[in-house]
Design a protein around this ligand. Structure first.
Ligand SMILES: Nc1ncnc2c1ncn2[C@@H]1O[C@H](COP(=O)(O)OP(=O)(O)OP(=O)(O)O)[C@@H](O)[C@H]1O
Ligand SMILES: [Mg+2]
Length: 325
């Protein structure tokens, strides 16, 4: 099996909140292989965006990594200097954000933003960068790219703005793309088009994609493998078909149940389709324990060790470890 492109190991991220510090991410482990679409799924507040921002090293000031490694192509990103990291961002790993309009510069024309991304990574004349920028916009599915290149972000629809961001990413030719809920707020047909575009470009460029979403429907259409995250911990990881047919963690079962049973509610607001009990960051065991229908004594005491159920299928659950150790 090919060496992973990205390997996140034992990642722990602490956030200072008033007087206390909480480990918002704890013992996060997953990898992304070359030329693979890997999903990271979990409900709102589970730590998906913070995981992505930690990989990009674009963390809010209150946050700090206290444990772990993030290897990209064998290099630990957490140990790079800021200027080395700037080289990595864009050229090796690039991210599309939850809100495309906010990620664009409101004062700069769309085409110029793509051209600037090109100039950052390649030796080109300005005129050539502009020409290639229009080409990239066209490649990102923008019809009439010539005139759209002259538009400012507020003149673009949400779907168009996301296409501009995708064109900017293409300009950088990264090995790894991270797309964080890239279609939030877009209507369903546009969402489908954007996913099609992302899949097509991923296949064309051979880049790997880490796709962050709360929507298992999206995962089933776009991803090969998926990691399920809850309250900053990975609960389960598996190839997509395996996860859908043999979910092993009670939280995964619940996520799957929520798309099957309450699909109408999920359409209104999928991230909130599951009833909420507050997230229990203080439990030294499994953070899902206070919502788990099958909770055991051990779940309050220690984090379950990972159990391999099948090729590439790993679960962190005491239920599955009973009698195993
Ligand atoms: N700057 C911050 N300061 C303090 N807490 C934060 C900060 N950013 C995020 N958090 C907390 O960390 C947890 C994880 O947040 P994160 O944004 O990673 O979740 P998410 O899985 O991306 O959720 P969503 O699906 O809503 O985007 C949340 O409880 C959130 O309140
Ligand atoms: Mg998020």
């Amino acid at each position: 099996m090919a060496e992973p492109l990205l390997r996140v190991q034992s990642l722990r991220l602490d956030i200072a909140d008033h007087e206390r510090s909480r480990s918002i991410l704890l013992d996060v482990n997953f990898d992304v292989r070359p030329n693979e679409v890997m999903g990271l799924v979990g409900e709102s507040g589970s730590g998906k965006t913070l995981t992505a921002l930690t990989i990009m090293r674009l963390l809010p000031p209150a946050a700090s990594v206290s444990e772990g490694r993030i290897e990209l192509g064998g290099r630990d990103l957490l140990r790079l200097t800021e200027s080395e990291m700037r080289q990595v961002r864009g050229s090796k790993v690039a991210m599309i954000f939850q809100n495309p309009r906010a990620a664009l510069n409101p004062l700069m024309r769309a085409g110029d933003q793509v051209a600037r991304a090109l100039l950052l990574h390649r030796e080109l004349s300005r005129a050539e960068a502009r020409r290639q920028a229009v080409e990239l916009l066209r490649h990102a599915g923008i019809s009439d790219a010539e005139s759209r290149a002259r538009a400012y972000p507020h003149q673009l629809s949400g779907g168009m703005a996301q296409r501009v961001l995708i064109a900017m990413m293409l300009a950088c030719r990264p090995d790894l793309l991270i797309a964080d809920e890239p279609t939030t707020g877009l209507d369903v047909t546009i969402q489908a088009q954007i996913f099609e575009l992302i899949k097509k470009l991923q296949a064309e460029t051979g880049a790997s994609l880490l796709l962050i979403t709360h929507d298992l429907g999206v995962v089933s259409e776009v991803c090969q493998r998926v990691a399920v995250m809850y309250a900053g911990q990975i609960m389960e990881q598996a190839p997509v078909a395996e996860l859908f047919h043999h979910p092993s963690h009670p939280y995964t079962e619940r996520l799957l149940g929520s798309i099957l049973r309450v699909d109408q509610a999920a359409e209104l607001d999928p991230s909130r389709a599951i009833a909420f009990a507050s997230i229990d960051y203080d439990n030294p065991g499994c953070r899902f324990a206070n919502r788990c229908p099958y909770v055991l004594e051990a779940c309050w005491v220690r984090r379950p060790v990972p159990r391999r159920l099948a090729e590439d299928h790993i679960v962190y659950c005491h239920l599955r470890n009973e009698g195993a150790s």
